[in-house]
Design a protein around this ligand. Sequence first.
Ligand code: HXC
Length: 260
Amino acid sequence: PSYENILVSVVGTKKNVGVIQLNRPKALNALCKPLFVELGKAVKEFDSDSSIAAIIITGNEKAFAAGADIKEMQNNTYSSNQKAGFLQEWEDVSNCGKPIIAAVNGFALGGGCELAMLCDIIYAGEKAKFGQPEINIGTIPGAGGTQRLPRYVGKSKAMEIVLTGNFIDAHEAEKMGLVSRVFPVDKLLEETVKLAERIGTHSPLVVKMAKQSVNQAFETTLKSGLLYEKSIFYGTFATEDRKEGMTAFIEKRPPNFKNE
Ligand code: HXC
């Protein structure tokens, strides 16, 4: 399909990495509804395409995304938000079974920061700036900022970010655990593709199980999370790929995973 607000491509030496580039540069990739509808569609398509191992969401050098579209939201009301199910398209991204990596150059603010946080891994270029500046415009984060940010960085830092609206740079973001690695601006995408390709060498089935299990850590108590993990771990023994992985190790050869 052709999109107006995003660019979609397939990259990597094995052509198994799906890249979605947010593409409203004039508005610093503000996340208007049509953009999010397209983003959700593109994620769903890659998720159901068996040739794709991992998905990258990125922006441009100036902005990953500067937030929800303030011009679009300006005249919303409480009841219009309720009736339209404002933001429900975000579910399409968070429901994806495959790994999604955010490659953030430039601004990741408000909904942009929240979009990065609902990805599985965040890589940043060294000029990236993160923030939840909603408080500056009289509202609060509405797509996970008050819930996911404390899980990444702890309460005190999350409160500081949400209550001041101040931005933090890539190195601070890495230090506090929001971002897993920082790269020079022009190396970010290729490093992110390398990460996706590395993930792509593993069994897609087992990668999905691992993602599900890590995500449980944010949903439940330690005891039930450990139970969940155990059942997924046992479950890997029902796969051909688990058998192949261990056999290949013992036979001192690379595994040939079949996604079975
Ligand atoms: C709509 C936006 C926008 C946004 C930037 N633009 N951010 N339009 N929604 N969130 C537009 C500007 O209006 C401007 O358009 C153009 O992009 C360039 O922006 P400038 O402000 O001129 O650029 P600059 O001076 O470099 O400043 C960059 C900036 C600033 C610091 C990122 O744009 C900014 O503060 N943006 C808003 C950030 C924000 O508050 N985000 C949170 C939104 S609320 P024109 O037409 O004037 O050239 C939110 C709620 C989340 O995300 C709830 C769940 C989704």
